[in-house]
Design a protein around this ligand. Sequence first.
Ligand SMILES: Cc1cc2nc3c(=O)[nH]c(=O)nc-3n(C[C@H](O)[C@H](O)[C@H](O)COP(=O)(O)OP(=O)(O)OC[C@H]3O[C@@H](n4cnc5c(N)ncnc54)[C@H](O)[C@@H]3O)c2cc1C
Length: 538
Amino acid sequence: MPVASTSSTNQKHSHVDILILGAGPTGLGAARKLTKQNNQNWLMIDAADRAGGMAVTERDEKGFLWDMGGHVIHSHFDAFNDAINSHNDWVYPQRGGWVRVENAWCPTPIQRHLGNLKKGEQICQEINEIQSKGVSMADQEAKNLGEYFSSTFGPTLNDIFFTPFNSKQWAWPLDKLNHTWTSLRAGSKAANVPKPKSVVTSSDQPDDISNFPYPRLGTGDLWQSVARALPADKQRYNTYVTSIDLDEHTVTLDNGETVSYGHCISSLPLSVSIELVNAAKPNAAIPISLKPLLKHSSTTVVGLGFDGPLPKELEGKTWVFGADADVSFHRCTILTNFSPSLSEGENGSGSRWSVMFETASSEHRQIDIRPDVLAKKHLAELRRWGAVKEDQEPISTWSRHLQLGYPIPFLERDEVLLSDDNSSGIIQRFEKFGFVQRGRFGGWRYESSNQDYAFVQGYEAVDLIQTGAQESIYWPGRADKVTLPAAPKSKSIQSPTTPSEVASAAGTQCLLPNANETNGHGNQEHYKQNGGSLVHAQ
Ligand SMILES: Cc1cc2nc3c(=O)[nH]c(=O)nc-3n(C[C@H](O)[C@H](O)[C@H](O)COP(=O)(O)OP(=O)(O)OC[C@H]3O[C@@H](n4cnc5c(N)ncnc54)[C@H](O)[C@@H]3O)c2cc1C
């Protein structure tokens, strides 16, 4: 039996060897690895009503489908490729990244299309000067992201694009951010920020117009397929973790049930896990005072759906990066160009189109993020582009506020997560208890937490637990060796049952996610009360 339960008291208790918290890409990666091994004793728990985490897709009342922000699948790993092959409904849109700058269009990357900019000659001169000094991007010794941009691209391009755009995207002062993510991306050969071209050439198309795979019905549909390939009775949704007792290797759920574990792989946001540890025992081994050290931004996603054919101004565009400081969003995704099915509605209703805008905010960027206010601004911008007529209104306006939008790569981040003494970093503190925190906010490393990276983080965490194999993806070149404690002896077991029996006895649901439902998270109010507020409707 995979999970055992005791019911000698009113409270249900069960035990698993590996407990997976969170059924986003990270949790699903761990679950996939364990499923391949057969007969492993594990359970995956998530507060949402389905798998996918932040990579879910919602259908609104008018039938438009919305991801939680534009999601592009990059694939660098065999284990990830193998998993996504369980999905068979793909489209292959062509990349089309554009920058909206100085009230005009510039193909991406902007630093390689200087001829498209009014001050292209001047920018080119500045870049030539920088490059003639023999300073290459690789050996820049910039102390922070702001310095990195100005010393790589020169003052003019920095003023026109890099500073205003990145200040909006990160919602954090650039002199407080590190820049290692710009040139690094584990597993990928391409740098995140390509080198500038020191000649003034213009172009009417972006450098990269390759095709990319996208699930026809949205990102969430892919993860539903991945979850369906896992044993249904080891997945529990609509189930909130309300406290974590690290000493006892036990979590408590919102129905009062407890689950003990040998080891835990958690993709719950690190800040949430710290709260839940302190909910179990105040003054716990991981003090609540560590939580504010973790910096994040929030993202407000607003989708606008329209009747009629896609305007010609948006043809060939998949992303528009809003550079100008007076434009609130940083990225607009033309969803219809990802997959026409996102806009068509359930019955394939005629010609419609949809776009989605992301706006970041934080304690450093306190802007009005009420969805109706943002929607008006975005509509005005579409009108400025000539894509929407003055008398045309959207037939659907959808929005979600992601309280945790981006894990910020703040300057002190690495020391906060991993300390030189090998024990006082937040990640290390959890690991000492056999509790492995990984994933986008679970591990708090922006540069290794896209869907494919997150998935492989979960996958590798299983190896770490089972064999001690050091991971390659969460933290490439991590200095300390991760040694997890052995699993404690499990509690005495009285009446073995399956997880679904445990769940139904306790009044919770054990759901195999349904491919036809795309409504995202469940009881968000409860979610918030329990410190797990990742996303809520505004
Ligand atoms: C705006 C935006 C744009 C993005 N764009 C891209 C992109 O283009 N390409 C790409 O590859 N990736 C993109 N991503 C990242 C992608 O969404 C993440 O890689 C992925 O979701 C991270 O997976 P995860 O499993 O680590 O975390 P999550 O997906 O956040 O999963 C964590 C899970 O924990 C659950 N949880 C939290 N608290 C509790 C609790 N108390 N009890 C039980 N369960 C709980 C949540 O419900 C959630 O399902 C984007 C993300 C955002 C926000």
